[in-house]
Design a protein around this ligand. Structure first.
Ligand code: MN
Length: 319
């Protein structure tokens, strides 16, 4: 099912204008992989645009925002190729789907196990720690790395492995990180920016989410949530709640962690983390979502209460 890197490079050879896009609510891996590949293709003489939704200013350290295509141009711009990165399915591209559909060559590079192979060319490796690690492998033989590309790739890998902590961190991951570090990247600054620095509103939101956390299923499951009102009262945004689920997962004895936040009147986002033996990707797929075996998520069109009720019914099947 996978194409080779050579086949993808060949397909791109005859494309001059290239769009690179990642999933909605872009995380460090999506931003890192998109910008790294954009810098590299630009260096190879292509006209490149990055198509990403607004992202946290944590990633400003690796993102040249001049490359971003403004949203008002989505409907009137066409590209020779669209490279979708870190998106398990086409819908995850959000509004960028229209640009993807119009592109002559549609390429899908990703590491989500739930990937639907929605491109004309596909490269999916669910053993890779991150899409950034795949892009590292993709670019490695082109002798094109510089400080800018290496910083973005390193940041993406660092983000998706939570600082080389997740079990997806392999010897290959560390080899990639080690080589990328040789390009005098600000490795320390990236780490601090991603994992230690937070806004005051993020701190408040974490506090509120922790306060509301409860254990279920004989202490095996932990759950908490934030309403739109919580987010407003903490003067925060939904971009600042990503770390909640990782924190609550750390509680002793927890097998599955679930965090839900309200996106709209009848729309919520649920995130899951699981221990070995608990496939939260399957759990998320029950609700049209996906991700990785140990980290996954989905969007549910209901109230928070109803969503949590339905999720519990599916969690019950796992015990
Ligand atoms: Mn990723």
């Amino acid at each position: 099912m996978n194409n080779t890197f050579e086949e993808i490079k060949e397909a791109l050879q005859y494309c001059q204008s290239i769009a690179i896009g990642g999933h909605q609510n872009p995380d460090g891996d999506a931003v890192g992989a998109c910008f790294a590949l954009a810098y590299a293709l630009q260096k190879q003489g292509k006209n490149v645009s990055v198509i990403l939704e607004e992202f946290s200013n944590k990633y400003d350290i690796i993102a040249d925002k001049n490359l971003l295509l403004p949203k008002e141009n989505y409907s009137n711009t066409a590209f020779d190729a669209f490279i979708a990165l870190d998106s398990g399915d086409k819908q995850r591209l959000g509004e960028a789907q229209q640009i993807f559909d119009k592109a002559r060559q549609k390429i899908n590079i990703d590491h989500h196990i739930s990937n639907t192979y929605f491109g004309q060319y596909n490269y999916v490796n669910s053993d890779a720690s991150s899409t950034s690690e795949i892009i590292y492998q993709y670019l490695r033989d082109d002798a094109i790395f510089n400080q800018q590309i290496a910083s973005a790739l390193y940041a993406g890998i660092l983000y998706d492995t939570a600082g080389f902590r997740h079990s997806s961190t392999s010897p290959m991951t560390m080899t990639a990180a080690a080589e990328l570090m040789t390009y005098s990247i600000p490795a320390n600054k990236i780490y601090t920016t991603f994992f230690d620095n937070r806004t005051f509103s993020e701190l408040k939101l974490l506090g509120r989410a922790f306060e509301k956390a409860e254990k279920y299923f004989n202490g095996n499951v932990i759950y908490t949530f934030l309403t739109q009102q919580d987010i407003e009262q903490c003067c925060g945004t939904s971009k600042e709640v990503d770390s909640v689920v990782n924190f609550i997962k750390g509680v002793e004895g927890i097998k599955i962690a679930c965090f839900i936040y309200q996106k709209g009147e009848n729309e919520v986002k649920a995130s899951f983390r699981g221990e070995d033996g608990f496939d939260v990707c399957k759990l998320a797929q029950n609700f049209g979502g996906g991700g990785h075996i140990k980290a996954a998520g989905c969007t549910i069109y209901s109230t928070i209460e109803q969503a949590w009720h339905n999720i519990q019914l599916k969690i019950a099947e796992l015990f």
